[in-house]
Design a protein. Structure first.
Length: 227
C-alpha cells in the first residue's frame, strides 16, 4: 500500500501540504463519530451526558475521543500501519486524531492534558513489528499539543495473548498485572493513545495503574472505537 509523497493515501490526489497524508476532502468524508457517550465512546441517546452503561458502572478513564468506527477506509489504513510495515501512515493518522481531540475540546470542553502515553508492546512483539504504532502516534501528537511524552513511561512486563482473539472476560484476565509504570505521574492529566479500542480492557488496566500512581485524570484517545 505504497503512496507517492505528496499524494493522498486514500484518493491519490495531490496534497496542499505533503505531510498531511490525507487530503481535506477525504478527511471530511470520515464519519467523525456523533451520538456517542463522551465517557465510554459507545452509542448513546444524549452525547452530552454519560450513558446508562457509564452511570451503572463507570470506566476508570474520564473521557474518550475517537475518530471513527472500525470501518473503511480508516480500518484499512490502521491495518497497513500495524501489519504491513507502513509506518509512514502514523503521522497522517495522528493528524486525524489531533483534529478529533481539538473538536472534542471545542464541543465538550474537554480539558487539556499534561502528558500523552503510548500503550506498550511486549519487547518480542515490538521487535517483530519493528515499531510500536501507539508510540508513533504519540510523538507528533505531543509535539503539536506541546505536552510531555516519554516512550518509557509504561512497559509491558510479560507477554500476553493477542487481545482480539479473546473474549471480553478473558481479555481482562489476560492483562492483569501486565503493565508497569516507570515514571512519576503525580498530579498529571494524562491521555492514553491507542489505535483501536474494542472492549476497553487494555486502556482500563492502564487507566487504573495511572490513577493508582497519582495521576489527576486519564483520558483515552484512539483512532477507532468499536465493539
Amino acid at each position: 500500500m505504497l503512496t507517492v509523497p505528496g499524494l493522498c493515501w486514500l484518493c491519490r490526489m495531490p496534497l496542499a501540504l505533503g505531510g498531511w497524508g490525507i487530503c481535506s476532502v477525504c478527511t471530511r468524508s470520515l464519519q467523525w463519530r456523533i451520538g456517542i457517550c463522551p465517557q465510554c465512546g459507545l452509542p448513546a441517546t444524549n452525547p452530552a451526558l454519560p450513558c446508562g452503561r457509564c452511570l451503572k458502572k463507570s470506566p476508570p478513564w474520564s473521557a474518550m475521543v475517537a475518530v471513527d468506527d472500525y470501518v473503511p477506509p480508516l480500518n484499512r489504513l490502521i491495518h497497513a500501519l500495524k501489519f504491513s510495515g507502513q509506518s509512514s501512515l502514523a503521522q497522517p493518522l495522528a493528524r486525524l486524531l489531533l483534529l478529533a481531540v481539538l473538536q472534542a475540546r471545542r464541543q465538550r470542553a474537554l480539558p487539556k492534558i499534561d502528558m500523552v502515553v503510548s500503550v506498550p508492546l511486549y519487547r518480542r512483539r515490538h521487535w517483530r513489528r519493528g515499531y510500536n504504532q501507539s508510540d508513533l502516534l504519540c510523538r507528533p501528537l505531543a509535539r503539536w499539543l506541546g505536552c510531555r511524552y516519554d516512550a518509557r513511561a509504561l512497559t509491558r512486563v510479560h507477554a500476553t495473548a493477542i487481545q482480539h482473539q479473546l473474549s471480553a472476560r478473558l481479555r481482562k484476565r489476560n492483562l492483569k498485572n501486565a503493565f508497569r509504570l516507570e515514571l512519576p505521574v503525580d498530579g498529571l492529566h494524562i491521555a492514553i493513545v491507542d489505535d483501536v479500542v474494542t472492549t476497553g480492557s487494555t486502556v482500563a488496566e492502564l487507566s487504573r495503574l495511572l490513577l493508582q500512581s497519582g495521576a489527576a485524570s486519564v483520558q483515552v484517545w484512539c483512532l477507532c472505537r468499536t465493539l
